[in-house]
Design a protein around this ligand. Structure first.
Ligand SMILES: CC(=O)N[C@H]1[C@@H](OP(=O)(O)OP(=O)(O)OC[C@H]2O[C@@H](n3ccc(=O)[nH]c3=O)[C@H](O)[C@@H]2O)O[C@H](CO)[C@@H](O)[C@@H]1O
Ligand SMILES: C=C(OP(=O)(O)O)C(=O)O
Length: 423
């Protein structure tokens, strides 16, 4: 098993290029199932979750061509869905990656039936899919949950007016994809507004879908008879961007991230400015300069976009650990997304958790120790803490990190961090 070893104490300096977004590419790969010709996806990050999704599409029978590309360019994946012969997503794959449930809407809409294993919960929370099911039922699907599978059927889905009970990124994606091939107009209200939904809609439009309003809470879809092949480049990863910027702020450094999408990061950049960082945006570049200063603690409350993203909560918790003052962190999306707290405590942090709230009192210094990654962003927070801790920090179970960060240690080394991967 791989581990990451970080020697703390070096300010980050230099430039780093941002990869395509994990949370955009996974639904987009699932959306290719809707087409009746090959779809070419570029700026695909080299991530374990991408490999899992490609495996899943392959199991369904899709033809996959991968152009490995380079780290600087991302890879290109061409999916030919015309050879799909199975509409069953197995537990083996779905359990390792919850995004697999996003094949449900496309398979149902395209083939009239689908069986997808229930994803179950994970370290950060219970992660139900009832909103996905209700949304597809609103489009006329008959759905039964049996033997651990969601079994869905519909001769042809019918457009409908559907109001999501609560904002769900995954449910919005599943129902949006299904609606593209439904008969008539679908109006989705209380839809999620995340940039990854906009990117998915852009890809669907490149395949011939008729969608308006993606990025707002009301999405209107005019169903079409068929979607054709197309090409799409994946939006830059806002969470990877934010993670590097937090790393620079914590270490008192100055970095520029290239090929980013600053307009997807308003709430994160606002919080970084509150820590005392100077931030300059120039096209697709963001420069953060901390000028050797210690960051000030910030209060965070996670909520659906455009509010502060839950996927950046753990990283800001790490920042608060060494900041000046006290920061209060309120996690409203996932019930168990504080798994990093006990590991940060091992590095000398001062954190008190009461339900969904963590009160973090900044300490003068953290000290390196062996810690264990429990989920994707928790792992990132431990690497960030390691960058400022005195001595050596070893982060174990970094397979979580490989699900969502492309070459994190290479990119951080390029910025001057002392970090390496060991077996
Ligand atoms: C709104 C939000 O911030 N969503 C995040 C969520 O997306 P993801 O799509 O995984 O989760 P959802 O947006 O669906 O979940 C939002 C909330 O709705 C609840 N829920 C969801 C679906 C459902 O059928 N029933 C139900 O009750 C969840 O338990 C959660 O409390 O995790 C991703 C990975 O960390 C993030 O990138 C997304 O930004
Ligand atoms: C938790 C995350 O992803 P997933 O929903 O794939 O587990 C994440 O991107 O932070």
């Amino acid at each position: 098993m791989h581990k990451i070893v970080v020697q703390g104490g070096r300010p980050l300096n230099g430039e780093v290029q941002i990869s395509g977004a994990k949370n955009a590419v996974l639904p987009i790969l699932c959306a290719t199932l809707l087409a009746d010709g090959p779809v070419e996806i570029s700026n695909v990050p080299h991530l374990h979750d991408v490999i899992t999704t490609v495996k899943l599409l392959g199991e369904l029978g899709a033809g996959i061509t991968i152009d490995e590309g380079t780290l600087a360019k991302g890879c290109g994946i061409s999916v030919d869905p015309t050879t799909v012969h199975s509409q069953v997503a197995s537990y083996e794959l779905v359990k390792t990656m919850r995004a697999s449930v996003l094949v449900l809407g496309p398979l149902l809409a395209r083939y009239g039936h689908a069986e997808v294993s229930l994803p179950g919960g994970c370290a950060i929370g219970s992660r139900p899919v009832d909103l996905h099911i209700k949304g597809l039922q609103a489009l006329g699907a008959e759905i039964a949950v049996e033997n651990g599978f969601i079994k869905a059927r519909a001769d042809r889905l019918k457009g409908a007016h559907h109001v999501f009970e609560m904002v769900s990124v995954g449910a919005t994606e599943n129902v949006l994809m299904a609606a593209t091939l439904a008969e008539g107009t679908t109006v989705l209200e209380n839809a999620a507004m995340e940039p990854e939904i906009v990117d998915l809609a852009e890809c669907l439009k490149a395949m011939g879908a008729r969608i308006e309003g993606a990025g707002s809470n009301r999405i209107v879809v005019e169903g079409v008879e068929r979607l054709h092949g197309g090409a799409h480049s994946v939006v830059p990863d806002r969470i990877e961007t934010g993670t590097f910027l937090v790393a620079a702020a914590m270490t008192g450094g100055r970095i520029t991230v290239r090929k980013a999408r600053p307009d997807t990061l308003d709430s994160v950049l606002d919080k970084l400015r509150q820590t005392g960082a100077d931030i300059a945006v120039d096209g697709d570049r963001i420069t953060l300069d901390m000028g050797g200063r210690r960051p000030k603690a910030v209060d965070i409350s996670t909520a659906p976009h455009p509010a502060f993203p839950t996927d950046m909560q753990a990283q800001f918790m790490a920042l608060n650990c060494i900041a000046e003052g006290v920061g209060v962190i309120n996690e409203t999306i996932f019930e168990n997304r504080f798994m990093h707290v006990n590991e940060l405590l091992r590095l000398g942090a001062d954190i008190r958790v009461d339900g969904h709230t963590a009160v973090v009192r900044g300490v003068d210094k953290l000290s390196g120790a062996p810690v264990m990654a429990t989920d994707l962003r928790a792992s990132a927070s431990l690497v960030l803490a390691g960058l400022v801790a005195e001595g050596e920090t070893t982060v174990d179970r970094i397979y979580h990190l490989d699900r969502g960060y492309e070459n994190l240690e290479e990119k951080l080394s390029g910025l001057g961090a002392s970090i390496r991967r060991v077996r």
